[in-house]
Design a protein around this ligand. Structure first.
Ligand SMILES: Cc1cc2nc3c(=O)[nH]c(=O)nc-3n(C[C@H](O)[C@H](O)[C@H](O)COP(=O)(O)OP(=O)(O)OC[C@H]3O[C@@H](n4cnc5c(N)ncnc54)[C@H](O)[C@@H]3O)c2cc1C
Length: 452
């Protein structure tokens, strides 16, 4: 296999990491990216300015040996700071051990670093401003005349060209795979919160810096993630159509009134809000289901190209990085691209489906359930049960975010059992003594020992 050069389409987050890992194993890798080289300082405005990095992504970056360089780009988030209307913000910690935190990281800076690290490898070549256009199907003579298609990718091709993957589309077009995109009927828009002009580092952050801020409003929400320069990036998630929707925010007055009513404490933090709102793009979200993920040993889809998900669990990049180390590990056991690609899909597809499902569910949790007393009670019970039965009961959020050794499929499965246990405990508390705050530890012990 090493004799064959590998082509990677897409130098976003997964492409360069995979190039780095393959080069370390002795492969010659060429990466084709349609954008300009971000190392030249021309970072194009794109999706999400910052992202949540958690244990799965960190494990992959450690495996690649580049965590020391990534660390300075990271900013700690200990929990969700929930901004309810008319109440002071309250922190809901993500976990209960010091390391149970997640990090905000700038997409542009991380992307540049990954490209730099991959480009350092003698066997990796990047071609920027080079788009995939179904090159493999095109006669060589035709390629030669098309300037964009000079140096067409050689097989095997690994497509890391993101949610709107052109490689996926070309495989669908040729009837080699099937793909479905389930669009979400909520869109998003990012709005910058500049650093406050205050004397100390902590005060420079207009909001508590070590938290992911969320303004849950049931049908929609605003969130904000911190950046290393003290600024935050806020993102509004809102239905596309309807009474409270992007479609209803037509004029500057509509925007100002909407924010003043729904997010009064955020309004002073976003300068020139109506103009920013008008100028910033409205992004679409959705889930991609494709099958199969490979065409023989010629082409493999990986990362968002194979399984884009909605961003509400903060796991798309983490899952894409996990894909890279899964493929790397499988190389030890396979001697043909076809069997490698098939094994990769067999291992990763169920996991991709599990995290896709949990990501959709998490939207409901972030915009609505964090306001529900029953949810908050069960959340605190789950942490208590984890303290008492640490080998058996781990809250599902923690399994996904802090336990990369537990697969997404296992987190989904165990999470469902744990939810049944929590519901049973809730029912017992309600009917037995009408003391909803009482956690029946004896019942919990019996259920946990029997079911987990
Ligand atoms: C609003 C939002 C918030 C998010 N927040 C988080 C989060 O907090 N945590 C998290 O883990 N994930 C998050 N994600 C998901 C994350 O962005 C993706 O999962 C991740 O970027 C996937 O990496 P990738 O390399 O597969 O694709 P991408 O990073 O999208 O990279 C694809 C690359 O391919 C290039 N490309 C596209 N088409 C072509 C072509 N035809 N030819 C050549 N190159 C091409 C693109 O220019 C791009 O550089 C979020 C996503 C969104 C939209």
């Amino acid at each position: 296999m090493r004799a064959q050069p590998v082509s990677i389409v897409g130098a976003g987050l997964a492409g360069p990491l995979l190039a780095l890992l393959l080069a370390r194993r002795g492969f010659t890798v060429t990466v084709y990216e349609r954008r300009r080289d971000p190392r030249a300082g021309t970072v194009e405005a794109g999706r999400s300015i910052n992202l949540a990095l958690a244990a799965r992504g960190i494990r992959a970056l450690e495996h690649a040996g580049i965590m020391d360089r990534v660390r300075p780009l990271m900013i700690l988030m200990r929990g969700r700071m929930v901004h309810e209307l008319g109440a002071p913000p309250a922190l809901l910690p993500y976990g209960q051990r010091p390391h149970e935190v997640i990090y905000s990281v700038g997409r542009g800076a991380l992307n540049r670093l990954l490209i730099e690290e991959a480009a350092r490898q003698p066997r990796v070549t990047f071609h920027f401003e080079r788009s995939w256009a179904g090159l493999r199907g095109m006669p060589a003579a035709q390629r030669g005349t098309h300037p964009e298609l000079q140096g067409a990718p050689a097989a095997p091709v690994i497509a890391a060209d993101g949610a709107g993957s052109a490689v996926r589309a070309s495989l669908v077009e040729r009837g080699l795979i099937r793909a479905r995109e389930d669009p979400l009927d909520h869109d998003y828009k990012e709005l910058p919160i500049p650093p406050a002009s205050m004397p100390t580092v902590a005060a420079r952050h207009a909001l508590e810096p070590e938290a992911l801020h969320v303004w849950p409003r049931r049908g929609f929400m605003l969130i904000a993630l911190p950046n290393t320069d003290g600024s935050f990036t806020a993102t509004l998630f809102l239905p596309r159509e309807g009474l409270r929707s992007f479609a209803s925010l037509q004029t500057e007055r509509d925007v100002q009134d909407f924010f003043t009513t729904e997010f009064p404490d955020a309004v002073p933090l976003i300068p020139d809000l109506p103009r920013q709102f008008r100028e910033h793009p409205q992004g679409r979200l959705g889930t991609v289901h494709a099958a199969p993920w490979h065409s023989g040993g010629g082409v493999l889809l990986l990362g968002d190209a194979a399984h884009a998900i909605v961003p509400f669990h903060g796991q798309g990049m983490n899952a894409a990085f996990e894909d890279c180390i899964a493929l790397d590990a499988l190389l030890d056991r396979h001697e043909s691209w076809e069997s490698l690609f098939a094994a990769f899909e067999a291992e990763r597809r169920p996991n991709a489906e599990a995290i896709a499902e949990m990501a959709i569910e998490n939207y409901g949790e972030m915009r609505e359930r964090v306001l529900d007393p029953q949810f908050l009670r069960q959340k605190s019970w789950a942490l208590e049960l984890e303290r008492r039965f640490p080998d058996r009961f781990i809250p599902r959020y923690s399994m996904v975010m802090f336990h990369p050794e537990i697969s997404y499929t296992e987190a989904l499965r165990r999470g469902a059992v744990q939810q049944q246990i929590l519901d049973a405990l809730d029912e017992r508390a309600a009917t037995a003594a009408a003391k909803m705050e009482t956690l029946d530890l004896e019942l919990a012990r019996r259920l946990i020992l029997a079911q987990l």
